[in-house]
Design a protein around this ligand. Structure first.
Ligand SMILES: Cc1ncc(COP(=O)(O)O)c(C=O)c1O
Length: 447
């Protein structure tokens, strides 16, 4: 007689999710598990299986799950009787978060800035930044880049590159799309020279009286494109964007929603190039795993009238306490330097693996924001030598990773980039385990 296992509580939850939640479910489709406990980098499912989490809440969990410092800050706040929701009223927790945030900001930026607390998601802060610069300049349009991801609300979606998620909305007519430097799949077909060509193109387009671009309210960019496939911009290119925008009186908004709080091996990714933006959009890790989003901007742009940009959920006391604790922990425990060190180790080892596995087309990233682009080595290479992306293989690798207890999500232009976003607290042993499981998964999937 064949024995069939009784469906578990986890299976029942997954079944109900499938029939009750929207067809736009995302991560739930990639990872059909029901997490019940999590600590650090480890997530335990309802079925008792344990996973190493290289997704970290899409880059939110700088300290991993349930870090003691974060839990202590949350418990202390709860026990203090402080109000948990307060619109934008002043509180000791908000005051302390603001101090921790300003202390962490790059020199030359934090000392002359203002902060606006936005609705709780990264996309809300993007909207606020764009509107702030529209108010300040009296202009409407924006300059944005191919491969960009800025969020899902209307303004943020307009500056986002991914056609699939924009559809079927209008494409955001007042956005001028510019080529982001992506050496592996260079928009100019020129590899690493693409960054120089991009800067030349941007400058000439803006100066062309027949170029069709009205003076814009802002340029918005990511220092390392995350959802776009972990594409780091060269420092020199960023300095060029800063020069070009400064010379033309165009405010520069840097979206550090994903790159912030040590992720790239600098507290803020702008520090690698030394550029000083006009505004920085921050969310994800700044809330210490709870929802929080702000825009920080140079004080000369503070032209809003009272109530000009408001919203209900801008005073999450717990998120501010958790966020302040996280910002200080990252700075005081050398996690920025550790992200740099471990990132170099991971990319070095993955590069070596690339020599052995031809399905790995490119390994790139900065700090603990790493991408592995999977390709079909039998496909015709483009003029830069890159083989076609292989999203099918990438999906199989993701599933093989999950089988081996490793959570790795995909991203990039064709969803063919494995994205590694471990917490900054990842241990040496966990790095080894990630590398081992990943290599096995890629080998198994490409057999
Ligand atoms: C660079 C960047 N900006 C904005 C967002 C949008 O943030 P949220 O999903 O919290 O709205 C994201 C989300 O992944 C992001 O990576």
């Amino acid at each position: 007689m064949a024995l069939t296992a009784a469906p578990s509580a986890g299976d029942a939850i997954l079944r109900r999710q499938r029939v009750r939640e929207s067809a736009a479910r995302t991560y739930a489709r990639s990872f059909p598990i029901v997490p019940v406990r999590a600590h650090g980098m480890t997530v335990e499912g309802a079925d008792g299986r344990r996973y190493l989490d290289c997704l970290s809440g899409a880059g939110t969990l700088a300290l991993g799950h349930n870090h003691p410092t974060v839990l202590t800050a949350i418990r202390r706040t709860l026990d203090s009787g402080a109000p948990l929701h307060l619109l934008d009223l002043a509180t000791a927790e908000k005051d302390d978060f603001t101090t921790a945030l300003f202390d962490s900001l790059p020199p030359g930026f934090g000392d002359r800035s203002r902060v606006h607390f936005c609705g709780p998601a990264g996309t809300d802060a993007v909207e606020a930044a764009l509107k702030l610069m529209q108010t300040a300049t009296g202009r409407r349009g924006a300059l944005a880049f191919t491969g960009a991801y800025h969020g899902m609300t209307a303004g943020a979606l307009a500056v986002t590159g991914a056609v699939e998620v924009k559809s079927p909305l209008p494409s955001g007519g007042e956005v001028t799309r510019l080529p982001y430097p992506y050496a592996y799949r260079c928009p100019f077909g020129e590899g690493a020279r693409g960054a120089e060509l991009s800067a030349t193109y941007v400058e000439r387009l803006l100066d062309d009286p027949s170029g069709g671009v009205l003076p814009p309210a802002a340029m918005i960019l990511e220092v390392v494109q995350g959802e776009g496939g972990v594409v780091p911009a060269p420092d020199g290119w960023l300095r060029e964007m800063r020069r070009i925008t400064t010379e033309r009186g165009i405010p520069l908004i840097v979206d550090e929603v994903q790159t912030g709080v040590g992720r790239t091996g600098a507290m803020w990714a702008v520090e690698h190039s030394g550029i000083v933006p006009d505004a920085m959009v921050l969310s994800k890790a700044i809330g210490g795993s709870l929802p929080l989003a702000v825009v920080v901007y140079r004080e000369e742009y503070d032209g809003w009238l009272p109530g000009a940009h408001t919203g209900t959920f801008r005073g999450n006391t717990l998120a501010m306490a958790a966020g302040a604790a996280t910002l200080r922990y990252v700075a005081e425990h050398g996690l920025v330097e550790r992200a740099d060190l471990l990132g170099a180790r991971l990319t070095g080892r993955l590069d070596a693996l690339k020599g052995r596995l031809p399905v790995i087309g490119d390994v790139r990233g900065r700090g603990l924001m790493i991408g592995v682009e999977l390709v079909d080595p039998s496909g015709e290479p483009d003029r830069c030598g890159a083989h076609p992306a292989d999203p099918e293989l990438a999906r199989r690798v993701r599933a093989e990773c999950l089988q081996r207890g490793l959570i790795v999500e995909l991203g990039g232009r064709h969803d063919a980039v494995l994205r590694l976003l471990p917490p900054l607290t990842v241990t040496d042993e966990q790095v080894e385990a990630v590398l081992e499981r990943l290599a096995e998964a890629i080998e198994a999937a490409s057999r």
